[in-house]
Ligand binder design. Structure first.
Ligand SMILES: [Zn+2]
Ligand SMILES: [Zn+2]
Length: 140
């Protein structure tokens, strides 16, 4: 038995199993996926942009992003598919961050590490100084 939860899409209370959405919404999402996929599959539509897909199918933009993120719609087959970077909203085709945000995050991380290791080094030197002082004291 799953636990009761609110559907992420329609907010209705349902028995949560694998999905965060209720069965009805799931069915609807699958139907929407087929609509989008059937549209894109046509040769003329392969290069459609998200905006064109939304206009042609009536499927919600965020749902199309979700399909791309889940790799159900592959940008390798449909070259104009992309979804926004979680940080700066730039269009990307894989992961959750664009390249510049990834680089920036990495730099922030390196900087953070550097600051931390300087702090640690400072602590270590302080300790060594204390030991040294104690050692000297013992010798006396
Ligand atoms: Zn629902
Ligand atoms: Zn970004």
């Amino acid at each position: 038995m799953g636990e009761l939860a609110n559907c992420e899409r329609c907010n209705r209370v349902f028995v949560k199993q694998l999905r965060g959405i209720c069965n009805e919404c799931y069915q609807k999402e699958e139907a929407d996926f087929r609509t989008v996929y059937n549209f894109l599959r046509k040769r003329d539509n392969r290069k459609a942009t998200i905006r064109q897909i939304v206009a042609a199918t009536g499927v919600d933009e965020s749902l199309i992003y979700k399909f791309i993120r889940e790799k159900r719609l592959q940008p390798s087959s449909f070259p104009n598919l992309s979804y926004p970077c979680e940080r700066c909203q730039q269009p990307i085709t894989e992961g959750s961050l664009c390249e510049s945000c990834q680089t920036q995050l990495k730099e922030d991380l390196i900087q953070h590490d550097a600051v931390e290791s300087i702090q640690k080094k400072g602590l270590k030197e302080e300790k060594e100084a204390t030991y040294y002082a104690k050692g000297e004291w013992k010798k006396d």
